[in-house]
Write a protein that binds this ligand. Sequence first.
Ligand code: AMP
Length: 131
Amino acid sequence: MTSIFSKIITGELPAYKVAETEEFLAFLDINPNAKGHILCIPKEEVNKIFELDKDTYGGLMEFSRKVAIGLEKSVSCKRVGMAVVGLEVPHVHVHLIPLNSMGDMDFSRKKNMTDEEFEALTKKIKANIQI
Ligand code: AMP
């Protein structure tokens, strides 16, 4: 079955996209732990991260690094945390989360954001990412 994230890649579903290459896509998590929470995904639909081939795995890490550097310039945080965790969407995704406290890594604590906030943040992060 086509994953939600594959539908975002094709444009069937909307997303706040912040960076894209031929192989990878980064967009804001719609239900963020912290403002600026980003998901980095391979366009190839693979369920689990350690099922990725070596090149795609390495490419996803390098893509995520570049996105994280742009993210840290865009939001106020002590550092950007990274996690590959979750059971909901069967399509590899790297969570990048701006951290001000360890509570920001608590996936049961979510921040509400308006469409306007998502849009403004997307614009800001996009401008700071160099791929
Ligand atoms: P998990 O597989 O548990 O990591 O959960 C999937 C993650 O994707 C969660 O953090 C969701 O908030 C996020 N998510 C689900 N659907 C969307 C969407 N349409 N756009 C952006 N993020 C999403």
